[in-house]
Design a protein. Structure first.
Length: 131
């Protein structure tokens, strides 16, 4: 089970051959592909500020139909709070949106796929795959 970070979703929107092929292989073996509401919000933000907003909004809507949207659940809040504490004490705090995305992914026991290793590598107990 995989959760896609915004940069992976953007690669799909841009038809990045390498990323699209990897996603295709995951789908062929029946692995669920998901993302979070925050990642979708980031896509919409980018679509609205782009020069081709109408076209990009349509592409975001297509992405939303092609992946499962996983959201907050009981374990998300605990994971977030505990990770925030640990990262703060270690002086390794990351962007809070990234921490929330990681918390949602981890609480669903998904592997988070990203291109931004640095944003997520210090989050304890997060299953992470870097493309």
């Amino acid at each position: 089970m995989y959760c896609l970070d915004t940069n992976i979703l953007i690669d799909i929107l841009r038809d990045n051959e390498k990323t699209v092929e990897k996603i295709k292989k995951l789908r062929e073996i029946g692995l669920p592909i998901a993302t979070t509401p925050l990642n979708i919000c980031e896509l919409y933000k980018g679509a609205y500020i782009s020069k081709q907003s109408e076209e990009n909004i349509n592409m975001v809507e297509e992405i939303m139909e092609s992946v499962k949207i996983i959201s907050f659940k009981a374990g998300t809040y605990d994971f977030y709070g505990n990770s925030y504490k640990e990262l703060t004490y270690e002086g390794k705090m990351t962007n809070e949106i990234d921490l929330i995305v990681a918390s949602i992914s981890a609480s669903h026991n998904y592997i988070l796929i990203t291109k931004n290793k640095k944003h997520f590598e210090n989050i304890p107990r997060l299953k992470l795959e870097v493309w």
